[in-house]
Design a protein around this ligand. Structure first.
Ligand code: TTP
Ligand code: CA
Length: 415
């Protein structure tokens, strides 16, 4: 169906922080370079250039270990301001090829180039089914390299975001990988199961136990055995992913700015009715979180809105350390703002609202600050609760979560 064909690029800068360092100090070229913390401090590797990766140095590895693996490497402290500056430069080059640019992180973006043309490329060109898409990818790579003075990127060209992202990672650095249109399943089949979004080491182990090593094994299995092994929702989800199905649009930053939920109370809430206020904030946080997850978005800023019976309205916002899609984190921030930054005195409340902004399609976790394993676990719990909600309705799960919260509460006076 050529009408609905989409041409999506995933562009990812190679060894970004290190490449910027090499750009600014050419004497580093050809040598192993590591950017990150010091072994004495919290000390993890932010990134290593490809020369250092040959020694086994990887992102998020303790700096002390990196030094043992590659003592000859140049160890540099990060210069975030400079990286942001270069990032802006690179993103402005992306914008020359399409207005549909979805930033994923400082050095990665999805570009929808379905409607883009490239001067000098005939209109009837159709490499691998992507019109001028492949030529655009190559031109973009050359231009980034030329205009930045030497930064390279890798690009995946595919019919959707998920496949483009998998592809861009396969031939790094400086690779352009095309997922031929109509041959998506064949492209995925020989890849290891970990390439599927959401399959970490634990799930991979469970899948191997039922004989699934490669994405192709999962494709051959069919949806029902997958559902038996992983549950209905998850099974169906992986069934879509293993065949490369993904309908998510490329969302530019301007399009979705925030997701929020608010309610006006015909019967005003008394400020002393703590239980109702907490329940309402939790309920709204839960809805916001579920909507984030449904769109596979994470938000960095939590907003609270409140209006008193005299129509005095306040909005407050708080930035989180890392983008979230979890009810617990949104609720905690909203309640914190309500307690500390809203003072209606004795006036009753006529409206409450919770929202999240600063949205991103992919969480960039600072691995040095977060135990990402714990976060991943919480997120998969959240995905399960979404599934349960759909089946049995909000009430049961809400009650269950509220009860959990009760258990965790400290005894009075313990603070
Ligand atoms: P990545 O794109 O994950 O890695 P990279 O660009 O260094 O290397 P690759 O060629 O494999 O794409 O991350 C982009 C930048 O984000 C990276 O240069 C440094 C920073 N970063 C961290 O600070 N901490 C991390 O744990 C990771 C993964 C990246
Ligand atoms: Ca990168």
């Amino acid at each position: 169906m050529p009408e609905s064909r989409r041409i999506i690029l995933h562009v990812d800068m190679d060894a970004f922080y290190c490449s910027v360092e090499e750009l600014d100090n050419p004497s580093l070229k050809g040598r192993p370079v590591v950017v990150g913390g010091t072994p004495e401090g919290r000390g993890v590797v932010a990134t290593a250039n490809y020369a250092a990766r040959e020694f086994g140095v990887r992102s998020a590895m303790p700096a002390a270990r990196a030094i043992r693996l590659c003592p000859r490497a140049e160890f540099l402290r990060p210069r975030p301001k400079r990286y942001s500056e270069v990032s802006r430069e690179v993103f402005s080059i992306f914008g020359k090829y399409t207005p549909l640019v979805e930033p994923l992180s400082i050095d990665e973006a999805f570009l929808d180039v379905t409607g883009s043309r490239l001067p000098g490329v005939p209109a009837n060109v159709d490499e691998d089914g992507y019109g001028a898409g492949v030529a655009i990818a190559r031109a973009l790579r050359e231009r980034v390299e030329k205009e930045t003075g030497g930064l390279t990127c890798s690009i995946g060209v595919a019919s959707n975001k998920y496949l483009a992202k998998i592809a861009s990672d396969l031939r790094k650095p400086r690779g352009v990988v095309i997922v031929p249109l109509g041959a998506e399943e064949e492209f995925l089949a020989p890849l290891p199961i970990e390439k599927i979004w959401g399959v970490g080491p634990k799930k991979a182990e469970r899948l191997r136990a039922i004989g699934i090593d490669l994405v192709g094994d999962m494709q051959r299995l069919g949806v029902e055995p997958l559902q038996r092994a992983l549950g209905d929702e998850t099974g169906e989800h992986f069934w879509r992913l293993c065949r490369g199905v993904d309908h998510r649009p490329v969302v530019t930053e301007q399009e979705v700015k925030s997701i929020s939920q608010e309610k006006t109370y015909g019967q005003f809430l008394a400020p002393a009715d703590r239980e109702t206020i907490e329940r309402e904030l939790f309920r709204m946080s839960d809805k916001v979180a579920a909507r984030l997850r449904a769109r596979e978005l994470w938000g960095r800023t939590v907003q609270l809105k409140a209006r008193d019976e005299k129509f005095h309205t306040v909005t407050r916002s708080a930035s989180l350390d890392s983008p979230t899609c979890l009810v617990e984190e949104i609720y905690r921030a909203a309640l914190g703002m309500f307690d500390e930054r809203v003072d209606f005195g004795d006036l009753r409340i006529r409206l409450l609202g919770v929202g999240v902004s600063g949205l991103t399609g992919e969480p960039r976790r600072q691995l040095d600050f977060f135990d990402s394993g714990r976060l991943q676990q919480a997120e998969s719990m959240a995905a399960i609760s979404d599934a349960v909600c759909r089946k049995i309705g909000d009430k049961a799960i809400l009650r269950a979560k509220m009860l959990e919260g009760e258990k965790e509460k400290k005894p009075p006076g313990s603070d």
